[in-house]
Design a binder for this molecule. Structure first.
Ligand code: SAH
Length: 354
């Protein structure tokens, strides 16, 4: 489907689900909607019939690997590195389970994660040497051990084989640390547009207390703390993401932000019970959306504005319907952003006010 048509398709979807709440701004598309994925992950295996090692993606609903050399939405350099590793595997006589490559587009730092089922990586030092001589641009290499055959690519144990064990990237003038496991938006140029919209909707004037719920590595909260929020609290379920968030705040010399490792619903309930004050709630839940309990607690805390960032318009519509029908909050603005060109996904920022 031509890109313009994709944007129209996404707008139709947004209209169908969200026009009941108000006017929808035209979707923010991408100027060059290719090679935007800064994170590429490939499954490795042995194709018995062809007698060779293959790497790529799983065919949907199966564990059969479809070989991929390059993909129009993935970072070119990441694809090249994966093809190199596939060739090296033949010489080194081992097959990883997965290989994950992340690149900081604005810093050009590159992380390679080799995932194996056992702690042993044959001829480790020579393998690293060969990989680095083919791709001297790699800044860190990590060995991750995942003994389980699950849908999760990464296991809990990792050894840094080369470099710092993380990479960094910049968004809106702030620097962020990205580790192997932590969540980081995969389309950085569109992420800047998304975050800019969210910060604009938050309407900070220098006096606001804000909550960044489902904060991941703290990106939105840190940008808010630097751009007009008086103080920010971030809450996130994933322990390693919270660790990254804390170091991200330090790295950017932000001292008006605090992070908590908790379930967002439990956390905001506690805030509501102890009568805390909030002016702005920023929320960016995963695809499953938020909970009625979370939204009830938002109503109790009664912030002036709520900025809901959503990667799934269906759960967004469900949550907005609940929130607007049980409270006096109204939807003021709806801004779709195309974070994932050439896929069916669409991201939306919504401003609600009391
Ligand atoms: N705002 C961040 C992350 C958004 S992704 C960014 O823009 O990068 C959604 C995040 O919600 C993930 O980091 C996930 O770990 C977290 N999450 C999922 N369920 C949660 C819950 N119940 N409570 C708190 N955080 C949760």
């Amino acid at each position: 489907m031509p890109y313009e048509e994709q944007l129209e398709y996404k707008m139709r979807l947004e209209h169908k689900l969200l026009s009941q709440f108000g006017k929808i701004e035209p979707i923010i598309g991408m100027y060059y909607p290719y090679h935007y994925r800064n994170k590429v992950q490939a499954a490795f295996g042995y194709d018995k019939r062809a007698g060779k090692i293959i790497s790529g993606v799983y065919q949907s609903g199966s564990h059969k690997i479809v070989s991929v050399d390059s993909c129009n939405i993935e970072d070119k350099k990441a694809d090249e590195i994966i093809v190199t590793i596939r060739k090296l595997c033949k010489d080194f006589k081992f097959i990883p389970r997965h290989v994950l490559v992340k690149r900081g587009f604005s810093t050009n730092q590159i992380m390679v994660v080799i995932v194996t089922g056992t702690p042993i990586l044959p001829a480790k030092n020579n393998f690293i040497k060969a990989l680095l001589s083919a791709h001297p641009e790699i800044t860190t290499i990590i060995h991750n051990i995942n003994p389980y055959e699950t849908n999760l690519v990464l296991g809990d144990r990792e050894n840094v084989l080369y470099g710092k064990g993380y990479i960094e990237d910049e968004l809106l003038g702030c620097t962020f640390r990205i580790s192997a496991k932590s969540f980081y938006q995969i389309n950085p140029s569109q992420t800047e547009k998304l975050y800019k919209t969210a910060i604009e909707y938050a309407g900070f004037t220098g006096n606001e207390s804000a909550l960044d719920a489902y904060c991941g590595t703290g990106t939105i909260g840190i940008i808010a703390a630097r751009n007009g929020a008086k103080n920010v609290i971030g809450v996130e379920l994933e322990k390693s993401a919270v660790r990254d968030a804390i170091s991200n705040a330090k790295r950017n010399k932000i001292d008006n932000i605090y992070f908590y490792n908790a379930d967002a619903t439990n956390f905001i309930n506690e805030m509501a019970k102890s009568g805390e004050h909030l002016d702005v709630v920023l929320m960016d839940p995963p695809r499953a959306g938020s909970t009625e309990e979370f939204l009830d607690a938002v109503a109790t805390l009664a912030p002036e504005r709520v900025v809901y960032i959503s990667c799934n318009p269906e759960t967004l519509a469900r949550d907005l319907l609940y929130f607007t029908s049980t409270t006096s909050y109204k939807v003021e603005k709806i801004q779709p952003v195309d974070m994932f060109p050439h896929t069916a996904h669409v991201e939306t920022v919504v401003l609600l006010s009391k």
